[in-house]
Design a protein around this ligand. Structure first.
Ligand SMILES: Cc1cc2nc3c(=O)[nH]c(=O)nc-3n(C[C@H](O)[C@H](O)[C@H](O)COP(=O)(O)OP(=O)(O)OC[C@H]3O[C@@H](n4cnc5c(N)ncnc54)[C@H](O)[C@@H]3O)c2cc1C
Ligand SMILES: *[C@@H]1O[C@H](CO)[C@@H](O)[C@H](O)[C@H]1NC(C)=O
Ligand SMILES: *[C@@H]1O[C@H](CO)[C@@H](O)[C@H](O)[C@H]1NC(C)=O
Ligand SMILES: *[C@@H]1O[C@H](CO)[C@@H](O)[C@H](O)[C@H]1NC(C)=O
Length: 501
């Protein structure tokens, strides 16, 4: 502690020397009061990082660099109480703060936090299975891969996001989609109890008996910092999975999405053990002129995807096909979502999504968005690394829970669809072009859907959507959220990630 304090003091004084006058750590340099005061409240192994250090760089590097929050200091809690102390201290100084986990939260609203304290949950990573084997206590900063691999080693599994590098709670507090949702429901449907630090720094253990519980399952980012969660876990009963993948050229758009509707989606009644997933992408080696479509069928409990599912797509004449079998833990790599895959890298790019929930594919609208994606990524080559994602998870577990039971607003949706516009930061004009393209693509699908309400999954949201889009259109939902917000976060300390205002 002594040594650490000395190191911090040194780091601060050197940081202070290097800071421009306009940015002097809330006017406290060179007194070092802030860091010292904070440090004294934390446990011996908690860490503090200041700008300019490697630790700071690692803690603050984000998946999408647009509208990034900025921090004058990073606290890395080592025990749950370090979060309590940090929140209380930040409040006493009136400094804004944000919990950061896997760093993949890209919604532009987080950019409103400037000059605050980042609470990096990275060291609150743990998975402890209960004696009876039906639940696990998962640390608030545990990444998906850590949770999945730790459980798998003991013959267990639970719902996580498909991406190995996002946390369990970042996705989970907004619902959280994953490969096992057809069996068990959303990530948040697994929650049994949680330890939470509230806006005023109070530390509570809450469960279904708390009025806050409903909100934590879908709108949780607005109400506290979860330092650990106890979630349901399950015996692995179907370890085997298989995939078949197909690459189609753009002339197959109508046939492909028509076949998905007819043979897989079936108005949201596709089999619980089948998942499909497709995206548009550019690859000049395969097609120099137009985007291609990658289509996956994933099947649980199978050594190969059943021809009943694969054959309707083989007969469409794919450019290439592939297939393999393995276990549940291979799914992230197969679909390009593993730790080493491009979506997990924080390589200084802007990543914007424009999500929309759909019930079925409107084949004519699929053609329109394909054509627009093709022409826009040709006209603006800076955007040609973009994808357009069409996620068709199985749904039984999600739909089995009544829609009013949690704050997750749209259990009836069948498809999670989103352009993902990716580019190296450049000019405001390019930002505008990308945002306009994303909005146009979403609007085409919305108009084609015939839906009366636009639902935009909060964890994929761009940031310009409304609270109705994120949290549901029913008045009672919004009243309930606002009442809870007034009670638990009256000063809006958790107003940076899709805020309820
Ligand atoms: C490549 C990729 C794949 C994805 N796949 C999926 C998927 O399969 N399913 C899915 O549902 N979503 C998925 N998402 C979206 C994902 O849910 C969001 O991007 C989410 O914000 C990522 O969480 P994170 O911990 O990585 O991000 P962070 O930026 O660290 O966290 C996001 C926000 O969550 C809040 N937060 C994080 N941890 C806590 C905590 N312990 N307590 C309170 N608040 C907290 C903070 O407000 C923070 O700003 C994916 C995103 C990407 C980039
Ligand atoms: C894809 O998933 C959707 C949504 O679950 C489903 O309706 C559709 O039938 C599936 N298609 C295939 C080919 O699996
Ligand atoms: C599709 O499902 C919805 C709700 O599940 C139902 O109301 C609708 O009638 C179904 N449509 C068809 C064509 O089966
Ligand atoms: C994107 O455009 C650049 C410049 O025209 C080109 O070199 C590159 O191959 C393109 N990449 C893709 C994936 O289309």
């Amino acid at each position: 502690m002594e040594v650490a304090a000395a190191v911090i003091a040194w780091a601060l004084s050197s940081t202070c020397r290097n800071l421009p006058a306009s940015n002097n750590l809330w006017g406290l340099c060179p007194q070092q009061d802030l860091t010292t005061a904070l440090h004294q409240r934390l446990s011996a192994s908690a860490q503090i990082f200041l700008p300019g250090s490697d630790g700071y760089a690692q803690a603050t590097t984000r998946w999408s660099v647009r509208d990034a929050p900025s921090f004058n200091i990073v606290v890395v809690p080592s025990v749950e109480n370090d979060v309590v102390e940090t929140v209380k201290y930040a409040n006493s100084q009136n400094i804004p703060f944000l919990a950061v986990n896997g760093g993949h939260g890209a919604i532009t609203t987080v950019g409103k936090l400037q000059g605050g304290i980042e609470i990096w949950l990275d060291h609150l990573s743990s998975v402890e299975i209960s004696h009876d084997g039906t639940t696990a206590k998962i640390g608030g900063g545990t990444l998906s891969k850590v949770a999945t691999d730790s459980l798998w080693a003991q013959g267990k599994q639970t719902v996580t996001g498909v991406c190995e590098c996002t946390s369990v709670l970042g996705p989970g507090l907004g619902g959280g989609h994953g490969f096992l949702q057809g069996r068990y429901g959303l990530i948040s449907d697994q929650f049994v109890s949680m330890n939470i630090v509230l806006a005023n720094g109070d530390f509570q253990t809450i469960d279904k008996d708390s009025d806050l519980w409903w909100a934590m399952q879908g709108a949780g980012h607005n109400f506290g910092i979860v330092t650990s969660v106890t979630s349901k876990i399950y015996d692995v009963t179907h370890p085997d999975w298989a995939y078949a993948s197909f690459v189609f050229t753009g002339d197959k758009v109508e046939n492909l999405y028509g076949a998905i509707n007819n043979h897989l989606l079936k108005n949201g009644t596709q089999p619980v053990d089948v998942i499909n997933y497709s995206f548009f992408f550019n690859n000049p080696l395969l097609d120099p002129d137009n985007p291609l479509i990658m289509f996956f069928i994933l099947q649980e409990g199978a050594g190969a995807v059943d021809p009943v599912y694969a054959e309707p797509f083989n007969i469409l004449g794919p450019l290439t096909t592939d297939a393999a079998s393995g276990t549940y833990t291979d799914l992230a790599a197969w679909t390009g979502n593993s730790i080493g895959a491009p979506p997990c890298q924080k390589s200084g790019l802007v990543n914007l999504r424009f999500p929309i929930d759909l019930q079925t594919y409107n084949v004519a609208a699929q053609r329109k968005v394909y054509d627009l994606f093709a022409s826009a990524t040709r006209t603006t080559p800076a955007l040609n690394g973009s994808l357009f994602l069409f996620e068709g998870y199985s749904l039984q577990g999600v739909k089995a829970i009544p829609n009013d039971q949690t704050a997750f607003p749209n259990r009836g949706a069948n498809l999670l669809v989103s352009p993902l516009l990716t580019y190296a930061p450049n000019t405001p004009a390019l930002d505008q072009t990308a945002a306009d393209l994303g909005e146009s693509l979403r609007q085409i699908l919305y108009e084609g859907s015939g839906l009366k309400e636009l639902h935009t999954y909060v964890n994929y949201a761009f940031g310009d959507e409304t609270e109705k889009n994120w949290y549901g259109h029913e008045q009672w939902r919004r009243d309930r959220l606002k009442t809870l917000k007034q009670k638990y976060d009256p000063f809006g300390r958790f107003n940076f990630y899709a805020p309820i205002m």
